[in-house]
Ligand binder design. Structure first.
Ligand code: 2HG
Ligand code: ZN
Length: 461
C-alpha cells in the first residue's frame, strides 16, 4: 500500500479494514449497470459509525471523494466508483441493533441485506413489507438512499413510508440523528425525508429505525393472459375495485420468452402478448368469491383470455418467478434500461404514445416491457444486439431517451420512478425537475457536503 493518502487514512482510522486488491477494486467499484470501468482508490469497510465519521473527516482533510456503497444492485450507476474515489462499503455494518414491540420498530445497521431485515421482522412476528427481486443482495442503506420501490408499493408504498428514524453522517463527518422514530414530529424541516432518495450525495446512511407492519395476510397469485396493452388498465381497475391487491405486475411475451429460456416453466400452452401477475389477500369465502368475480368479469369483457391461480406456495413462487426473473434473464444482453412513471390516471394515454415512440424508434431491437403498472411505473429494457458495440448502442438508445423524456415532461411524469438518477439518467433530470429545483438541490448539497465529496457527479453535476 504505497499511496500516501492511504497511509494517512490508516493513521487517521487505525482499526479500519481496507481492501486494495485489483479484484476488490473491480468488485466494489461497480453496480449492476456494468457500463463504467471501476477505478476506485481503495475500499474502506468501517465497522462502526465512529469509523465512518473518521473516514469522512479524513476525506475532507485530503480532498478524497467518497462513494457510499451497499449491495451495488442499482441500475443507474449511483454506486459506481470510476474516478479514484474511496468506496465506503457498509457491508460489515449489518446487524440488528434493537426491536421495540410497542413502537413496532426495528433498528438496524445500514449494511444489512433487505432479506435479512425481512427475516428479522418475521422472527419478531411482524413484517418489513418493502420487497423486490434483489432482496438477497441489496442493502437497506441502499434502499433508503434510492427510496426503493418494488413489487408491493401498490399496497405498502415506497421505502420512504417505512423509515421512522435515520442516523446519517454528513459530508463534514457530523452525525445526525433524524426524527427519533417519532410517529408525529412537527418541529421543523424533516431532514430524514430529505436524506431518503438522495443517492448518497448528502450523507451516508449508517443506521435506520424501520417501522414494521402486521404480518401479511394469506394470499393467492393469479397469472392472467391479456390480448392487448389497451385493456391493461381496465383489468387493473376491475381487480383493484374487488380485491385487496398486494401486487399487480405486468410483462410482455418478449419478457416471458427470456425468462423461459432462463429455466422458468411455461405457464400456458399458448403464447399471449401480455401477462399480469396479481397477488391478492384471501382467507375467507367472500374474498375468494371476489377474486373469481374479478376474473370472470375480465373474461366476459374480453380483457382476459386465459388465467391460472396458484394452488400452493410452490406454484405461487413459480408464477412470481416469471416476473421476478426478468432482469436476470436479460442481463447478458447488456440492456439499456428505462424506469419511467406517470400518474395512474395518465397511464392509458402515456402507454399509447410510448408504445408508438418505442415501436418507431427501435424497429430492429428486442424491447422487453414489464413493471409495476399499478404504480404507474414502466420498465422498458432495450436489449443490445450482439453485433452492436456498447458505445454505439448506448448512443442510439440515448437519442430515444431524449424523446421519452420530452413525452414524460408533457405527461408530468418522471424519468426515474425507483432506480434513481445516478449517472445514467443525469442528462434528463431537467425533464422531471425544474431548473429552480435543481438549483436548490445544489444549494442543499453545499450545506451538507461543502467540499462536494459525497458521491460527486451522481444525480447532478
Ligand atoms: C424490477 O422491477 C426492477 O424488477 C428491475 O426494478 C427493473 O431490470 C429492470 O429494468
Ligand atoms: Zn421495478
Amino acid at each position: 500500500m504505497s499511496d500516501p493518502r492511504l497511509e494517512s487514512l490508516r493513521q487517521a482510522v487505525p482499526e479500519l479494514r481496507l481492501k486494495t486488491e485489483p479484484g476488490d477494486l473491480e468488485h466494489y467499484g461497480r453496480d449492476w449497470t456494468r457500463r463504467w470501468t471501476p477505478a476506485p482508490l481503495a475500499i474502506a469497510l468501517p465497522g462502526s459509525v465512529e469509523e465512518v465519521q473518521e473516514i469522512m473527516r479524513w476525506a475532507n482533510a485530503n480532498g478524497v471523494a467518497i462513494v457510499p456503497s451497499g449491495g451495488r444492485t442499482g441500475l443507474s450507476g449511483g454506486a459506481v466508483a470510476a474516478n479514484g474515489e474511496l468506496v465506503l462499503s457498509l457491508e460489515r455494518m449489518n446487524r440488528v441493533l434493537g426491536f421495540d414491540p410497542v413502537d413496532r420498530t426495528l433498528t438496524v445497521q445500514a449494511g444489512m441485506p433487505l432479506e435479512a431485515v425481512q427475516n428479522a421482522a418475521k422472527e419478531r412476528g411482524l413484517a418489513y413489507p418493502v420487497d423486490f427481486a434483489s432482496r438477497g443482495s441489496c442493502s437497506i442503506g441502499g434502499n433508503i438512499a434510492t427510496n426503493a420501490g418494488g413489487i408491493r408499493v401498490i399496497r405498502y408504498g415506497n421505502t420512504r413510508e417505512w423509515i421512522a428514524g435515520l442516523s446519517v453522517v454528513t459530508g463534514t463527518g457530523e452525525l445526525l440523528e433524524l426524527n427519533r422514530a417519532l410517529v408525529k414530529n412537527s418541529s421543523g424541516y424533516d431532514l430524514r425525508q430529505l436524506m431518503i432518495g438522495s443517492e448518497g450525495t448528502l450523507g451516508i446512511v449508517v443506521e435506520a429505525t424501520l417501522r414494521l407492519a402486521d404480518p401479511p395476510p394469506p394470499t393467492n397469485v393469479m397469472l392472467l393472459a391479456l390480448p392487448s396493452f389497451e385493456v391493461l388498465m381496465q383489468v387493473f381497475a376491475a381487480f383493484r375495485e374487488r380485491l385487496q391487491l398486494e401486487a399487480f405486475e405486468f410483462f410482455t411475451d418478449r419478457a416471458l420468452e427470456h425468462v423461459l429460456a432462463h429455466g422458468a416453466q411455461q405457464p400456458f400452452e399458448q403464447v399471449y402478448p401480455y401477462y399480469v401477475v396479481a397477488e391478492f389477500a384471501i382467507g375467507d369465502e367472500a374474498r375468494e368469491a371476489a377474486a373469481m368475480a374479478a376474473f370472470e368479469h375480465g373474461m366476459e369483457q374480453g380483457w382476459i383470455v386465459d388465467g391460472v391461480i396458484s394452488q400452493s406456495d410452490a406454484q405461487a413462487q413459480q408464477l412470481w418467478r416469471l416476473r421476478e426473473g426478468i432482469t436476470e434473464s436479460v442481463a447478458r444482453y447488456k440492456p439499456y434500461k428505462n424506469d419511467v412513471s406517470v400518474r395512474i390516471s395518465r397511464m392509458p394515454a402515456f402507454l399509447r404514445e410510448t408504445q408508438k415512440l418505442i415501436g418507431d424508434s427501435y424497429p430492429d431491437f428486442d424491447v422487453v416491457w414489464f413493471g409495476h403498472i399499478g404504480d404507474g411505473n414502466l420498465h422498458i429494457n432495450v436489449l443490445k444486439p450482439d453485433a452492436w458495440g456498447d458505445a454505439d448502442f448506448i448512443a442510439a438508445c440515448e437519442k430515444v431517451t431524449r424523446l421519452l423524456a420530452d413525452e414524460l415532461q408533457r405527461h408530468e411524469g418522471s424519468i426515474s420512478a425507483e432506480h434513481g438518477i445516478g449517472l445514467v439518467k443525469k442528462p434528463y433530470l431537467l425533464g422531471t425537475r425544474s431548473a429552480e429545483e435543481v438549483a436548490l438541490f445544489r444549494g442543499i448539497k453545499k450545506v451538507l457536503d461543502p467540499n462536494g465529496l459525497l458521491n460527486p457527479g451522481k444525480l447532478f453535476d
